[in-house]
Ligand binder design. Structure first.
Ligand code: ATP
Ligand code: MN
Length: 429
């Protein structure tokens, strides 16, 4: 009897057609055909396959007892099977239960359970075919972002998450007790990326950012994955150009490598956006909204629903630029008066996925801006130093990874793009 065979991951089964392999994984589904035949959908993280087990093979009696999510080891022959949704099946010759699963698994949740139940059971829900596909795609987006930055010669850095500096204003700061002091969870790594520029040249990071978002929307988390870039010696147009190339890269690579995920999520209309992306200044956008009868006046925020209105009808990415200073953080460089050199990239279905702009590089002006917001200057002394010792024109942006995934996979809610989402009313599991 064969109880040893070459270990094989499910995604590689196609390389072993006709041969014997050992596969280990979790029982995704069991179907019994009469007393003598079991069909098991097996999952090992790399993919899914069908295992066919007949009465009489070694270990069959133990297999009859298994419930969904039991861990098993199978040895058998790999057979190509056009009828199987996975392309191949494994005809088992020997099976072993590595670890059983309780029958209560069937009561944990149903696909149509309420969002709250699904979030409570997230540790089990993520094993599902669709959810695990989304999480795999998150990893792909991180890879594509890194690959783009590396191609452009940027250096990856890992800035601190515990900080004294508020970069997006006080309203969404999480404070923490840091021994005998108060500290904050970072809202963005930008200030540290700026400090890294003269040391390392152009830099990027992929780090968590924290925002105490009190609103419940389909695109706000309290902890999210922030992919940030900072570039020295550039102007605003070059920054926009870089941003366009990044977004094009993300979509292009997705179309090259992730067809199966797009299929699984039923996304069939993803197109590579064309350069140059459309642009509207804040003023133009407000005027356009007014013309369409939206209640907005100069100086108001363009909220999520208005963003969606602007970009959904366009059907492709759209830059909003030159926001009034009152709507942007203190460090934005100004074009003139109170118009900032800022940009948000909006996409259909989500709205903003990227926010960025040029940074104020003059010491005196930056000091004035900090005073205007009543910042504790001592906390920003190091940041001001950057304008004292070799300050250069520079800018950058931050991309929300989960929002980008929400856009590309057309997810109904940003929480779908998180392993374990953190929301206003949720910090478990
Ligand atoms: P919004 O107006 O939607 O709250 P923001 O202007 O606060 O966004 P930025 O400070 O510019 O966003 O942050 C850069 C990027 O980080 C955003 O474009 C978005 O993709 C992402 N982001 C910001 N806040 C969140 C959040 N609460 N949850 C998930 N992603 C976020
Ligand atoms: Mn915000």
């Amino acid at each position: 009897m064969v109880v040893e065979a070459k270990a094989c991951r499910i995604k590689d089964l196609g390389l072993h057609v006709g041969g014997n392999v050992e596969v280990k994984g979790w029982v995704h589904l069991v179907r019994q055909h009469g007393k003598n035949l079991l069909f098991i959908t097996l999952r090992d993280g790399t993919g899914f396959t069908q295992v066919v087990a007949r009465q009489g093979i070694s270990g069959y009696d133990n297999l009859i007892e298994v419930h969904r999510e039991a861990a098993i080891r199978v040895i058998g022959e790999v057979v190509r099977d056009e009828r199987s949704p996975y392309g191949y099946e494994v005809r088992a010759r020997h099976v072993e239960v590595i670890s059983p699963s309780s029958p209560t698994i069937e009561e944990e949740y149903q696909p149509n359970s309420s969002p709250d139940v699904l979030l409570n059971k997230r540790h089990l829900v993520i094993r599902g075919e669709k959810t695990s596909s989304i999480l795999k795609y998150v990893a792909k987006v991180l890879k594509y972002f890194r690959e783009f930055c590396e191609e452009r010669g940027l250096v990856e850095v890992v800035p601190p998450l515990i900080t004294r500096a508020a970069c997006e204003g006080g309203a969404t700061l999480f404070s923490i007790k840091y021994f005998d002091e108060i500290a904050y969870l970072t809202q963005s790594s930008q200030l540290y990326l700026e400090a890294a520029l003269p040391a390392l040249g152009n830099v990027y990071c992929i780090q968590k950012s924290f925002r105490a978002e009190k609103s419940r929307t389909r695109r706000h988390l309290t902890e999210y994955t922030h992919a940030e870039v900072e570039l020295a010696f550039i102007n605003f147009d070059e920054l926009i150009d870089f941003t366009e190339d990044l977004v094009i890269h993300l979509v292009q690579r997705t179309l090259e490598e992730d067809e199966w995920i797009l299929k699984k999520l039923e996304v069939d209309d993803l197109n590579v956006p064309k350069k140059p992306f459309k642009r509207l200044t804040y003023r133009e956008a407000v005027q356009k909204l007014k013309d369409e009868g939206v209640l907005i006046k100069e100086g108001d925020e363009i909220d999520e629903s208005m963003e969606r209105r602007l970009v959904d009808q366009l059907g492709e990415p759209l830059f909003l630029t030159e926001f009034p200073a009152s709507q942007k953080a203190f460090y934005f460089k100004r074009k003139n008066g109170d118009i900032t050199l800022s940009m948000d990239l909006l996409v259909p279905h989500v709205g903003e996925i990227i926010g960025g702009g040029m940074r104020e590089d003059d010491h005196e002006i930056l000091l004035l801006r900090l005073k205007e917001i009543n910042a504790n200057i001592e906390d920003y002394r190091w940041y001001l130093d950057l304008r004292k010792y070799g300050s250069v024109p520079h800018g950058g942006f931050g991309l929300g990874v989960e929002r980008t995934v929400e856009w590309i996979l057309k997810l109904p809610h940003i929480r779908e793009a998180c392993l374990f989402p953190r929301l206003i009313n949720r910090i478990t599991p």
